[in-house]
Design a protein around this ligand. Structure first.
Ligand code: FAD
Ligand code: DLZ
Ligand code: SF4
Length: 521
């Protein structure tokens, strides 16, 4: 990494270079632009068919990226840059980023191509092989060297300690070197179950303009087989509108963000969440600026400390931490399968067609909106895949495809590490496995479900229940010695032998009966 980054030359030594700007690099201060000169150098942006299909990205996600790219092209042009913008339907478009870099080199007689490093190992190796010089991505608060220095010599890379250092570094919610409110973490206040009559705001939405309308037609034509509903399309596609979405969140969602961070309600996809990860990750928002706005809301008394701290922890803590983990452990991270899971992903992940109400709701909204909030991703779809023993790489590809905010640097550690325990405990000290009881406590899903969350076995038993116990039983050798799991194994050990046998049998029968996607059958 550092090798590739160091190869960047200062602008004064270069002339007439090409600057490749990727679909998630829509930031006017991007390192590759800052190191170049609009009077001499030329920007290259490419709508690449391959980038939309190497996993079947959600159609809303593709439309978001392409429309935001086109708006960014216009902003660059207005700022004096020459931009080669290759559209998806350009008859000469080779369909790949590297193919378009080579064509642009020939077109302009330029060998020197520079880019800010991509957020995916796959693309980084492709660009390096094509002799594209990569500059460090300085849109993050913690660079690669900073993360490595933090990680060096530690046995365990726990997010909480990383987060405290980020608070000290940024000064966010700090008073004379101590955390505001006397505690680093107010997570204990952030686990309220949902209650009836909650007034949940809708996220800010933006009607498609002419550029977006054209992109929607293009996506319809080029990606008919991809996952998800394209319309209605309501995302922001410019930095200015993304900032409006932040303002809206701070007024409407943030006051209840902390309290109901883990709560889930049927047909209420966004709860009090910010719905800004797609904008942050595409470069339309600056993470530190957003956190400073949230801190300011706390300081003027508009929101409580548990809301402000909870939000800031996600952005300067988790977001930066998972990026550090990704680059530190790639490329082998992607192949990890510590629990040796090997089942194919069930077909209903692509359709939402299941009797399990919690999964049907989370997958249904994912299809419609390319969005689910953290607890839905972790404790419903992720939890089920792990309890069912699904091969983690298939789970990873699903998450990478279906969410508008998904790029590998952030998606893979969350999926493989946090939700599937496939990294063997790099990220989490114990698996996020839970029975139906957790889902029942944190949502109203079970009330409308064909299964009975109170039953462990039998024809009406909630599948999360018998799958949970069968999972713990299967992985006893790995987890029974974990002090945080000892109590739960004591409960299992008190079950009668025939009850344990019934649980095992029902889990196997249920999993063997799950429909698989056509290709896996
Ligand atoms: P909010 O809940 O409002 O949080 C505010 C911001 O904090 C988010 O916008 C995001 O930038 C950041 N954040 C919160 N949690 C995390 C986290 N665990 N890791 C990194 N950033 C975080 N997030 C992605 O941005 N892209 C992904 O591809 C992605 N895949 C995930 C896969 C799984 C299995 C899980 C369990 C989580 C994943 N997350 C991912 C983290 C989290 O679910 C999303 O960031 C969040 O749901 C985005 O919605 P929001 O903007 O409303 O977030
Ligand atoms: C995800 C995506 C999609 C769907 N399309 C494009 C594209 O047409 N052009 C482009 O430059 N980038 C696209 N991307 C983002 C990349 O696939 C990749 O995920 C990120 O650039 C990694 O940082
Ligand atoms: Fe999900 Fe089980 Fe509740 Fe049904 S009963 S909604 S399957 S947790």
């Amino acid at each position: 990494m550092a090798e590739a980054v160091r190869r960047g030359k200062p602008a004064s030594e270069a002339s007439g270079r090409l600057i490749l700007v990727l679909g998630d690099q829509l930031t006017s201060t991007l390192s590759a632009l800052a190191a170049s000169d609009p009077a001499r150098d030329r920007v290259l942006m490419v709508e690449a068919y391959q980038e939309g299909t190497y996993v079947p990205h959600h159609r809303k996600k593709i439309a978001f990226i392409l429309s935001a790219m086109r708006h960014f092209r216009d902003a660059l042009t207005a700022a004096g840059w020459s931009v080669d913008y290759i559209t998806l339907d350009d008859p000469d478009n080779t369909g790949t980023l590297v193919g378009e870099v080579q064509r642009a080199r020939l077109r302009h007689g330029v060998a020197d191509v520079v880019a800010t490093e991509p957020g995916e190992w796959r693309l980084k190796t492709q660009l390096e092989a094509a002799q594209v010089r990569l500059l460090e991505d300085d849109r993050f608060l913690c660079d690669h060297a900073g993360f490595d220095a933090w990680a060096a010599g530690r046995k365990q890379l726990r997010m909480e300690y990383f987060y405290r250092d980020m608070r000290r570094d940024t000064g966010l919610l700090m008073e004379d070197g101590a955390p505001t409110g006397g505690k680093w973490n107010f997570d204990h206040d952030n686990r309220k179950p949902p209650r009836g009559g909650l007034d949940v705001p809708a996220p800010a939405s933006f009607p498609p303009d002419a550029i977006t309308a054209e992109v929607l037609d293009l996506v319809d034509r080029y990606f008919p087989e991809n996952f998800g509903d394209l319309r209605p399309f309501w995302y922001a596609v410019t930095a200015a509108d993304a900032e409006r979405a932040v303002d809206h969140f701070i007024t409407a969602g943030l006051p209840s963000y902390g309290d109901y961070q883990d709560a889930m309600l049927t047909d209420t996809p966004f709860m009090f969440h910010a719905v800004i990860a797609l904008y942050l990750n595409a470069g339309l928002l600056d993470p530190l600026a957003v956190c400073r706005q949230v801190e300011a809301a706390y300081r003027r008394g508009a929101v409580a400390i548990n809301a402000a701290e909870g939000f800031i922890r996600q952005v300067i803590g988790w977001r930066e931490y998972v990026r550090g983990i990704y680059w530190r452990f790639m490329p082998d991270y992607l192949t990890r399968n510590a629990l040796n899971h090997d089942r194919p992903l069930p077909a209903f992940y692509w359709t939402g067609d299941t009797d399990m109400a919690c999964l049907a709701d989370c997958i249904g909204q994912t299809k419609r909106e390319a969005y689910a909030h953290h607890i839905q991703r972790l404790m419903v779809t992720g939890n089920f895949a792990m309890l069912a023993g699904v091969e983690p790489h298939q789970v990873h590809e699903w998450y990478l495809a279906v969410y508008a905010d998904a790029y590998e640097w952030v998606e893979a550690p969350n999926t493989l590490g946090m939700s599937q325990f496939a990294d063997g405990g790099v990220l989490a000290s114990k698996p996020y496995a839970a029975s139906g009881n957790y889902i029942n406590k944190m949502s109203n899903y079970c009330r409308g479900c064909r299964y009975d969350v109170k039953q462990r076995v039998g024809p009406d038993a909630c599948p999360f229940n018998f799958l949970y116990w069968a999972f713990l039983d299967r992985h006893r050798d790995r987890f029974a010695g974990n002090p945080r799991m000892a109590q739960i194994y004591r409960v299992w050990d008190k079950f009668a032998d025939d009850h344990q046998a019934t649980i095992r049998r029902q889990a196997t029968h249920f999993l063997d009966g799950l429909a698989l996607p056509a290709a896996a059958e």
